[in-house]
Design a protein around this ligand. Structure first.
Ligand SMILES: C[S@@+](CC[C@H](N)C(=O)[O-])C[C@H]1O[C@@H](n2cnc3c(N)ncnc32)[C@H](O)[C@@H]1O
Length: 196
């Protein structure tokens, strides 16, 4: 399975945001929604072997983590507004979550896990931090069951990057430019699709 974890500094942890203003009222929830599309959809199919997780650290009650799993997703369409709506619906049921993951809708999970807990839970997997200054992905052996960790529009906070490094992660670059988070996800998929 290909898993992507994005650290969202401002992504809100309450459902009190408007679909008309995902960037402002949602704390760049537009970015999270687009990452879900890039991680899980092909032109004519869902990527059933992929999962998009985001760590939400914005107001009013962080942290929260939300996961969209391509294997189980139902009735979700690949447009930003529709995914924003599902994020809102899931956050409306925040009270039902007590710590660990709960499947709130088919293929959409919510938990109170912090970014560091998400990483600790995956310490036995192959962790790759997507970073402009990493080694070239084209000369990197991407092992089984990879987890790719990326930053939002501002980048991964230094302390979180340092935390991931403690678990033997590898830092990899996707090319000479700084890409959007969504573009980075597509580039990883493309590279792995070509290798398959
Ligand atoms: C818009 S970029 C963040 C830019 C931010 N200003 C910075 O300097 O870190 C969002 C994320 O995409 C990933 N990314 C962007 N360009 C990349 C590249 N060339 N190689 C690997 N990852 C990249 C990184 O995870 C980054 O945190």
């Amino acid at each position: 399975m290909r898993e992507f974890i994005m650290y969202s500094r401002k992504g809100v942890t309450s459902s009190d945001f408007t679909l008309k203003d995902l960037p402002g009222s949602g704390g760049r929830m537009d970015l999270n929604a687009r990452c879900v599309i890039s991680a899980l959809w092909l032109s004519r199919d869902l990527r059933r072997d992929s999962r998009m997780v985001f760590s939400l650290n914005g107001p009013s009650d962080p942290p929260l983590a939300m996961a969209f799993d391509g294997k189980e997703l139902e009735r979700v369409t690949p447009d930003e507004r529709n995914i924003g709506l599902w994020i809102k619906k899931v956050l409306e049921r925040r009270d039902e979550v007590d710590g660990d993951w709960k499947e709130v809708h088919d293929g959409i999970y919510l938990s109170e896990k912090s970014f560091q807990e998400l990483i600790k839970d995956r310490q036995d997997r192959n962790l790759y931090v997507l970073h402009e200054s990493g080694g070239d992905i084209r000369s990197t052996d991407i092992k089984e069951d990879p987890v790719f960790i990326l930053g939002d529009h501002i980048g991964l906070p230094r302390n979180e990057e340092g935390f991931v490094e403690r678990f033997g992660s590898e830092k990899i670059s996707l090319g000479p430019e700084s890409y959007f988070s969504t573009q980075s996800i597509v580039l990883v998929h493309n590279e792995l699709d070509r290798r398959r």
